[in-house]
Design a binder for this molecule. Structure first.
Ligand SMILES: [Zn+2]
Length: 380
């Protein structure tokens, strides 16, 4: 399998074990002419996301690393008169949508015969990586920022991964992991060309669960933007196979306290610049330096959607509204409710449009933080 640089186009073999191009940009996967997904290519005998295995090539598919993740429920809601479908990806095995990307990423690591990896994460991806590495018998060290929710840290350590808590920002954590990667393979999900391909299965499921149609708009939390990239990959495949006629509008959602993609989108810039970042209750999408920022912005613009930002107060109000409807998600995920609230009131999406949103992570991981937010909610 080949990797292709997303910026300069240079091609390298996957077994070179490079995690980025010599020019500094991330790689994309080159599947070398595998046909795009269509309904005839669905493997109905497979569990979960692997029903779309035809678009997830592996050297030894029978040895894939999987817990049967995916095929999560899609639940219809009315939101101020807007037709909203919630995709319950917090129902994945480790409690977050990251399991989709990790199932494919770790399967590819196993294909490559890798025995030891380093990952850095704001929490959910680290927990997911630790679980899949436990299943694959791969040694795993996970670097997280010291502010990461206790629930996620306990989860990472329980799976048997070595947990490194790094003081400072999310970016300081990345730098610590990159340094450690001088002696072990840096399997960062943000740099990996495979991760977004696993993530794309949520969008294939949306299409199939909506009766083989695309929604008109999709609401996605965005830090590094893997959901945006996965969504774009899936609907591009479906467009090129003739299964759908138009791409859904992608709304990428960021916290106001850390919104590099939103700022670049608003100013018409091709890549995110430096931003000032402050603490946010949406810890899972607090990424000041998105590795694939250029690709994320391109995907959103091509879809005709937008990048929007929300205050912690709006996100918290969204959390409470979701919880009162029976959804217990982590505050990061609640940003989709803040977006539904705004778009349904200001007409950002049409009255008859079908809107889908992904609920990305379980509230059970952050119950301590949630408790303190009930005690003192964020102010405007
Ligand atoms: Zn390059």
């Amino acid at each position: 399998m080949m990797l292709q640089c997303s910026l300069c186009g240079a091609a390298v073999r996957e077994d070179s074990l490079l995690w980025r191009c010599g020019c500094g940009a991330p790689f994309k996967a080159d599947f070398g002419g595998i046909p795009p997904m269509n309904r005839k290519r669905i493997r109905s005998g497979e569990q979960g996301m692997w029903r779309y295995g035809a678009s997830l090539p592996l050297e030894r598919p029978e040895e894939k690393v999987s817990f049967g993740e995916g095929w999560t429920p899609l639940v219809r809601e009315e939101w101020n008169g807007m037709k909203l479908f919630l995709k319950l990806d917090f129902a994945c095995p480790t409690g977050s949508y990251k399991d989709r990307g990790m199932a494919y990423l770790v399967s590819r690591l196993r294909d490559q015969g890798i025995h030891e990896v380093i990952e850095d994460s704001s929490g959910n991806a680290g927990a997911s990586m630790a679980a899949y590495c436990a299943r694959a018998g791969i040694r795993c060290r996970v670097f997280v920022p010291s502010y990461t929710s206790e629930g996620k840290c306990v989860q990472v350590a329980s799976y048997g991964a070595e947990l490194e808590r790094v003081p400072g920002t999310r970016e300081d954590t990345t730098r610590a992991a990159e340094k450690a990667a001088e002696t072990a393979f840096y399997a960062s999900h943000n740099w990996s060309p495979w991760f977004a391909h696993g993530i794309k299965t949520f969008a294939f499921e949306l299409w199939e669960q909506l009766g083989f149609t695309a929604p008109d708009a999709v609401l996605l939390p965005a830090g590094q933007g893997s959901l945006v990239l996965g969504c774009a990959l899936a609907f591009e495949e479906l467009l090129s196979s003739g299964e759908i006629e138009t791409l859904p509008k992608i709304f990428a959602l960021q916290p106001k306290n850390c919104a590099p993609l939103e700022e670049a989108f608003r100013e018409g810039k091709p890549i995110p610049g430096k931003v000032r970042k402050t603490e946010t209750i949406a810890e899972g999408i607090s990424s000041a330096e998105p590795v694939r920022g250029r690709e994320v912005l391109e995907a959103v613009r091509k879809s005709g959607g937008a990048v929007l930002s929300f205050s912690d107060r709006e996100i918290w109000d969204g959390f409470v509204k979701l919880a009162r409807r029976g959804y217990f998600v982590e505050p990061t995920s609640a940003i989709v409710a803040a977006a539904a609230e705004r778009l349904s009131r200001d007409g950002g999406v049409g009255r008859r449009d079908t809107v889908a949103a992904v609920l990305t992570g379980s509230g059970l991981k952050g119950s301590g933080k949630i408790l303190s937010l009930f005690a003192s909610p964020p102010e405007d």
